[in-house]
Design a protein. Structure first.
Length: 175
């Protein structure tokens, strides 16, 4: 199944789950994290308070509340510090752990933002390679499990980078 790459607003997608590029407290913040919390309403924050936060690379799941999705998978990404502090491993784990939770909850459609490329400063070119290669690995490893995976980019530049990365890596994708 190809990875779908789109430009849009992740909070508007009617999929089984969306992934939140959260901060470690899981209590909302800026960027996509803040947008998801605002769109989901106050019950999301209430549930997140019971989770006890998460370390970068971990993933935890909550209900979607006022979002058009049943679930939100929260994963704090790494802060970019030059690439010498295991940022690539942590970012890979964000995607891998989110996909593992999705499979365990029998989620068949999931949308990812570009994790850590906003205020956490991860270079989009590097992050897109990790995101797409991890998703592609999961789809091949779990070929028996049907899952639609959508990468949702909020601006034209990031959208184009993801397309070029998919092409350069030979990853099956659709727009």
């Amino acid at each position: 199944m190809p990875i779908k790459i789109i430009q849009g607003d992740i909070t508007q997608l009617a999929v089984d789950a969306i992934v939140n590029a959260a901060n470690p407290s899981l209590l909302g913040g800026g960027g996509v994290d803040g947008a998801i919390h605002r769109a989901a309403g106050p019950k999301l924050l209430e549930e997140c308070k019971t989770l006890g936060g998460a370390n970068p690379g971990q993933a935890k799941i909550t209900h979607g509340y006022d979002l058009p999705t049943k679930w939100v998978i929260h994963t704090p990404g790494p802060v970019w510090r030059g690439g010498k502090h295991n940022e690539d491993v942590i970012l890979h784990r964000c995607y891998e752990n989110s996909l593992c939770i999705a499979r365990s909850y029998e989620i068949h459609s999931i949308a990812f933002p570009s994790i850590s490329t906003g205020i956490y400063g991860y270079p989009i070119e590097k992050a897109s390679k990790i995101a797409l290669s991890t998703i592609d690995w999961f789809l091949k490893k779990c070929a028996y499990y049907s899952m639609e995976i959508i990468c949702v980019l909020h601006n034209e530049h990031d959208y184009r980078v993801y397309i070029e990365t998919a092409k350069s890596l030979g990853i099956d994708y659709e727009l």
